[in-house]
Design a protein around this ligand. Structure first.
Ligand SMILES: [Zn+2]
Length: 110
């Protein structure tokens, strides 16, 4: 049994800290309760090049790769945010809760 590291805050805040310090994509597995954050290897193409982030959803439909799940246990939404006109957009995976009807969780992965 591994030592139990107890940090202050809610379990969601603990997951956010884990996510921020992860070197790779993370996904939330809700079962067994209270769930846990798992690292997901970033997918590579046949030439061992990373799949472009904006293509991850399409890639997940045709390959053995599942889009990471947010803290709701649902597939995260791929977001493209224009940081600056001269730069490529910032691609992130965020909570896919229905805005206005549900509260978004703080899941965020780039
Ligand atoms: Zn969520």
């Amino acid at each position: 049994m591994s030592p139990d590291i107890h940090l202050p805050g809610t379990i969601e805040e603990t997951f956010v800290r884990q996510q921020a310090h992860s070197d790779n994509l993370t996904t939330f597995r809700s079962y067994p309760f209270p769930g846990r954050l798992l690292t997901v290897p970033y997918p590579l193409d046949t030439m061992d090049e990373p799949i472009p982030p904006e293509d991850l959803e399409e890639y997940s439909r045709t390959h053995h790769f599942t889009i990471p799940h947010c803290f709701h246990g649902r597939p995260a939404r791929l977001m493209k945010d224009a940081v600056h006109a001269s730069h490529e957009p910032l691609i992130s995976l965020q909570c896919a809760a229905n805005f206005g009807k549900e509260e978004k969780c703080p899941f965020y992965s780039t």
